[in-house]
Design a protein around this ligand. Structure first.
Ligand SMILES: [Zn+2]
Length: 135
């Protein structure tokens, strides 16, 4: 992946994880990952429309997955697709916790462990400091 494409993805995302909305500057990780929404393993191309900015937490949990089970219905559903889906509508905030509002939102929240203790703690610390915990 060339540098220009990488920097386009970062700029487009506004330096915010496109899954859990964690701002890059709030992350303990040095640099967020430019990830394939549809993994290369599934034939996903290295093109702008298939790339998203993801924090280390989301990137690690997502791996090559493109679908998961909705914890409410048990149905297999596609994961949130940052290029095709809008964040609001699939997810909502309840304080510092992300709530999935659709089958895709619930499955993605669970698979990517968006409310694991580390991220909730980061959000709570930022909130205490009066800084935005989500982009
Ligand atoms: Zn994230």
């Amino acid at each position: 992946m060339d540098k220009a494409l990488r920097s386009l993805v970062r700029r487009r995302a506004g330096e915010v994880c496109e899954y859990c909305r964690l701002p890059q500057e709030a992350s303990p990780f040095a640099s967020f990952h430019v990830e394939h929404i549809i993994a290369r393993q599934h034939g996903g191309p290295t093109e702008s429309d298939n790339l998203a900015l993801a924090c280390g937490f989301c990137n690690f949990h997502k791996g090559p997955n493109i679908a998961s089970l909705d914890p409410e219905s048990g149905h297999l559903v596609p994961l949130f697709h940052p290029r095709r889906d809008r964040w609001t509508g699939h997810f909502a905030w309840e304080g510092t916790v992300i709530v999935g509002e659709t089958a895709t939102g619930r499955a993605t929240t669970q698979l990517l462990a968006m409310n694991d203790w580390e991220r909730v703690e980061i959000r709570e610390n930022l909130q205490t400091l009066g800084e935005p915990f989500a982009g």
